[in-house]
Design a protein around this ligand. Structure first.
Ligand code: A2P
Length: 326
């Protein structure tokens, strides 16, 4: 297999390499692309050094099979079609293609069958959405979800290298460069830009992407997304209302037996999912499973995962593995 990584020097790009190596992905040739700034830099993969090249229109003229993109929406908009036209399948981590018709948006635990109808580009969903739908898919199939309320507590790594730098420097008293306000000692109820209706783009992504991935265009979903001073690992409070009645123990067992989920739910022993435990791992952790007594069939969940791993690099490599199997 000839594999390319676009945005190889970035937060997600570096994790593409880590996960490809950990998964023993069959690679005969590996090409690394980034901006002009990084051209010539070397990155290590499986004990060997690979030179980073500047991305251009001809980067894909060498029979590349799969390209993993994470260099921002603008780069994906321009270069994913060029790559696809050369016969390569793009797995794109940006938001550029996610809601486009003809582009599957895939979380392998939820809708693996959607990779079948790609036309050269497959979109990797938003990090907060991925961990949420992994946790919600098993109860949705069992009890039918009517309505979802998302409240997120998102790590700075979700904003790339610049986000991590802002928290590191902010802890030493430095001014923010990536975020609109200081993140150290603070919570920012703004992720991405504001839209006309008062929601942020991140919130809109969670709403629309949840519907697309779960094939539930009418599903009632709302979201509040907050950046918190945590380096790695997004935490989410998820409130869901079901069509059918359910038992808490049955729901816990259902979650525990579902792929990609680890249940950590023993409040009396102080056991619940935490960002510091999820960091660097590929799983989605679920805990604080309890009834929402304000409605008939409601539940509250606390869902934690590493946004750079399951929220980005690991999910993308899982999609590439689905392509391999085909
Ligand atoms: P570079 O390191 O050369 O700037 P992050 O989200 O962690 O900040 O990473 C963004 C990634 O996207 C980096 O690898 C960055 O490369 C890459 N990138 C940014 N601009 C371009 C560009 N114009 N062409 C190719 N890659 C780019």
């Amino acid at each position: 297999m000839k594999i390319a990584v676009v945005g190889a020097t970035g937060m997600v790009g570096r994790n593409f390499l880590k996960v490809l190596s950990e998964r023993n992905f069959p690679i005969d040739e590996l090409y690394l692309f980034a901006s002009k700034r990084s051209a010539g830099q070397e990155l290590e993969f499986n004990g060997k050094n690979f030179r980073v090249e500047e991305l251009d229109e001809h980067s894909f003229d060498r029979g590349i099979d799969i390209a993993l993109f994470s260099a921002g929406g603008g780069i994906s908009l321009k270069y994913a079609p060029i790559a696809a036209a050369s016969g390569c399948v793009v797995v794109d981590n940006s938001s550029a293609w996610r809601m486009k018709e003809g582009v599957p948006l895939v979380v392998p635990e939820v809708n693996p069958e959607d990779v079948k109808w790609h036309k050269g580009i497959i979109a990797n969903p938003n990090c907060s959405t991925i961990q949420a739908v992994v946790a919600l898919w098993p109860p949705h199939r069992a009890y039918g979800i009517k309505r979802i309320v998302y409240s997120t507590y998102q790590a700075v790594a979700g904003a790339g290298m610049g986000g991590v730098r802002d928290l590191e420097e902010g802890l030493k008293g430095g001014a923010p460069k990536k975020f609109p306000h200081p993140i150290a000692g603070n919570c920012l109820p703004q992720i991405d830009v504001f839209l006309e209706d008062g929601y942020t783009k991140e919130e809109e992504k969670m709403i629309n992407e949840t519907r697309k991935i779960m094939h539930a265009p009418e599903l009632r979903v709302t979201a509040t997304c907050v950046r918190v001073p945590v380096f790695f690992g997004h935490s989410e409070s998820i409130n869901a209302e079901f069509e059918k009645p359910f038992e808490l123990d049955e729901l816990r067992a259902l979650l525990q037996n579902s792929p990609g989920i680890v249940v950590r739910d023993d409040p009396s022993a102080g056991v619940y999912p935490m960002a510091i435990d999820a960091a660097g791992t590929n799983d989605v952790y679920v805990g604080r499973v309890r009834r929402d007594n304000s409605v008939e069939n409601g539940v509250n969940l606390w869902v934690v995962s590493d946004s750079v791993r399951k929220g980005a690099a690991y999910n993308a490599v899982q999609i590439a593995e689905l392509l391999l199997r085909r």
